[in-house]
Design a protein around this ligand. Structure first.
Ligand code: SF4
Ligand code: SF4
Length: 374
């Protein structure tokens, strides 16, 4: 089971697109964190017994800003690692951080303990400081960007996450180039679907993906391939002819998020202010609300009739329940903006892949076709 602990409602930033709810002192206690780990491992073992597969779990930390609760993060991670060793559960660990509090000692501890990091940084200063600011209005790029030095090169153990928004989209391609110039090899483009995208912003978005496609191809030509989620993901899914069941998220079934007070939600993006009665599926102390959880699991996915006729339906993320919920209010209905984005991302990825394939780029062929190339 994948479980994410939202350690606090608080954050030292006030990003304009934040979906993590009102910033306030509201931290997870050690008792709740420990119970959350125990609860999730119990369910991991039950699931493994039912499926006959070896037990595996993922422990994620999220917020607010989880590094505000550094001592709790360390203590709960050490507890989970020890429990997994005792119970024979394979454990992956992740943390998503805004980088403001990440120094060399913390980066070394996280690396030593096998964490994969989601580094929230919107690329260059022009893009980042548009929307990622401190409470007093100061841009945070100058504070955040130096921490990138701990994550350079092919074995960085993390990815930089950029949030694409109508207000910063004009800087996105430059930001990707800026990150590549700093030897960042894994980049996630994370669109903000929570607000309207006016027509001119959509045009800029398309132009940005086209240029990022060129940068992606150039990186392969220069022998320093970069993983960009939108490109790698769509290329892989084409080669395997569609998302497999295991690629899709386990929203509420084998993926859960724990709010600071212990309430359970199907995804960390839903936790927000921890007041969503519709999607709260229980509490770590009282267990799952079985009926509600079953209802949510049964209706997640995509119920839009027209999608069944669509040529790219197998490569479309129309099944992402949290994006569907954020954009339409229903976990199985797809918004027009998601449809626009998926078609555009598929086109841009196919264009870059076709060029690299035609050039017989060795790194591209080795990565996606398992060949040495030539
Ligand atoms: S760093 Fe994350 S939690 Fe904090 S304000 Fe920004 S988006 Fe929200
Ligand atoms: S691209 Fe649009 S129509 Fe096609 S499957 Fe995706 S959401 Fe449905």
């Amino acid at each position: 089971m994948d479980f994410t602990l939202c350690l606090t409602h608080d954050c030292n930033l006030r990003c304009a697109y934040c979906y993590a709810g009102r910033k306030r002192a509201g931290r997870m206690s050690w008792e709740t964190a420990k119970r959350a780990v125990d609860f999730c491992l119990e369910h991991t073992l039950n699931r493994a017994a039912l499926t006959g597969r070896a037990p595996e779990a993922q422990l994620g930390y999220f917020g607010g800003e989880p590094l505000l609760e550094w001592a709790l993060l360390q203590r709960s991670a050490e507890y989970a690692i020890a429990e997994c060793a005792r119970l024979g559960v394979k454990l992956r660990k992740t943390v998503t951080t805004n980088l403001t509090l990440l120094d060399a000692a913390k980066a070394a501890w996280l690396r030593e303990h096998g964490f994969y990091l989601g580094l929230s940084l919107d690329g260059n200063a022009a893009m980042h400081d548009t929307l990622r600011r401190f409470a007093d209005g100061r841009g945070s790029h100058a504070v955040c960007a130096p921490a990138l030095e701990f994550f350079r090169g092919p074995d960085a153990g993390g990815e930089v996450i950029l949030v694409l928004d109508p207000r910063n989209i004009m800087h996105t391609a430059d930001s990707v180039a800026w990150l590549m110039a700093r030897d960042i090899r894994s980049i996630s483009l994370n669109p903000n679907f929570y607000i309207p995208w006016p027509e001119p912003a959509l045009e800029r978005w398309r132009a940005a993906y086209e240029r990022i496609g060129d940068l992606y191809a150039d990186a392969y030509r220069n022998g320093v391939p970069v993983r960009i989620n939108m490109f790698d993901g769509k290329i892989r899914v084409r080669l395997k002819e569609g998302y497999a069941a295991c690629d899709k998220c386990g929203f509420g079934e084998n993926e859960i998020a724990v709010a600071p007070g212990g309430n359970l939600y199907p995804c960390e993006r839903i936790v927000g202010d921890d007041d969503n009665a519709k999607l709260c599926i229980g509490n770590v102390f009282d267990g799952f609300d079985k009926e509600k959880r079953a209802r949510i699991v049964a209706c997640r996915g995509n119920a839009v009739g027209e999608c069944a006729e669509c040529a790219v339906r197998d490569r479309c993320m129309n099944w992402c329940s949290c994006i569907n919920y954020a954009t339409t209010g229903a976990i199985n209905q797809v918004a027009g903006i998601v449809c626009f984005h998926e078609r555009m991302a598929i086109e841009a990825a196919d264009r870059a892949a076709a060029v690299l394939f035609a050039e017989k780029n060795p790194a591209f062929l080795a990565k996606f076709y398992g060949e040495a190339g030539g």
